[in-house]
Design a protein around this ligand. Structure first.
Ligand code: FE2
Ligand code: FE2
Length: 319
């Protein structure tokens, strides 16, 4: 059984799979047959009883995620729907895909789902890049790694677009690389992931830092993964001045898309809560931290683009 947070369900939407509630460790009860609609009062009643998760069968989970994606894809393409609501749907679809990869592994099907999310992300950002609106939708995602991945994906596309990247295929690739950049963390024990970097022993840190290479290896098992996306996973902890890991590459040698994701990753790490960031900074504070405390080690063009995005008042369309 795969748990799905209760707050991911929207009242009145059709659930394409059977839905269960858990009574005890191994006892589940069917609460809704496939293709029935979720009811507001039913969801409310569960919330009052402090139910946190509903469950779907493992073999149904791909189908559940697929239908979420179809809905998000439709919503993102509809003009009459407000951008903030679109971002909400996208965040939900993105987090269900990341959970799918977590539970079922990265396979051709979950990778195709990740591609659909990336296409929707590119569509949304092309139509409207409002950094603050998007960040506030992302803050609602439960699960820190989920929120982190979806945020890095979106912010990377925004930076790329502000840098003048116009090719749709490039924007989709950077979105996909942003979404999957930390996929190698799947192989790092959760006890280590719960610690901040400062609390890790040398061996734990080494294991943690291996996630970049592990990500590359995982992505290489899927033939349809573009090389750029695999490079993003491998190079997202490098920086322009050669002080990153695992290879201490410099700006000139780094993959152009990875330069953007490396900056987006750092920015999101400073602004969204995680074991490394118990008091998230505001966007301008994060920018100052990158510039002053870290000495701005990232690609200059990417950094200027992020600065432009942050200076823009909320709700304003990108040029
Ligand atoms: Fe990472
Ligand atoms: Fe990351």
């Amino acid at each position: 059984m795969v748990p799905i947070p209760l707050k991911e369900f929207v009242a009145g939407s059709v659930i394409p799979v059977d839905l269960y509630i858990r009574l005890s460790d191994d006892k589940y009860v069917l609460i809704a047959k496939e293709d029935s609609k979720t009811q507001m009062d039913q969801l409310q009643a569960y919330e009052n009883k402090r139910v946190e998760y509903l469950f779907v069968r493992r073999e149904d989970y791909n189908r559940y995620v697929g239908s979420n994606l179809v809905i998000a894809g439709v919503v993102v393409n509809r003009n009459e729907i407000a951008a903030e609501r679109k971002a909400d749907f996208l965040a939900r679809a993105g987090s269900s895909v990341m959970r799918e990869i977590d539970v079922l592994g990265l396979n051709t099907e979950s990778f195709e789902h990740a591609k659909l999310v990336s296409q929707a992300t590119a569509t949304l950002v092309e139509a409207k890049s409002d950094l603050y609106g998007v960040m506030s939708s992302l803050a609602k995602i439960s699960g820190e790694l989920l929120a982190h991945s979806v945020a890095v994906s979106t912010v990377s596309v925004m930076i790329g677009k502000t840098m003048g990247w116009t090719k749709r295929a490039t924007l989709e690739k950077v979105a996909l690389g942003g979404l999957l950049h930390d996929v190698g963390l799947k192989e790092v024990p959760v006890e280590i992931l719960r610690k901040s970097r400062a609390e890790m022993s040398f061996d734990e840190l080494t294991l943690y830092e291996s996630h970049a290479f592990r990500g590359l290896e995982i992505l290489r098992t899927i033939p349809s993964v573009p090389d750029d996306v695999a490079s993003i996973a491998y190079e997202h902890h490098e920086n322009a001045i050669g002080q990153g890991y695992p290879r201490k590459m410099r700006d000139l040698r780094m993959n152009p898309l990875a330069k953007v994701v490396a900056l987006a990753d750092q920015f999101v790490e400073l602004t969204i809560r995680s074991p490394n960031c118990l008091n998230p900074r505001t966007a301008p504070e994060a920018l100052r931290y990158i510039e002053i405390t870290m000495g701005q080690p990232f690609n200059k063009d990417a950094y200027s683009a992020l600065r432009l995005l942050i200076a823009k008042p909320s709700g304003q369309n990108a040029a």
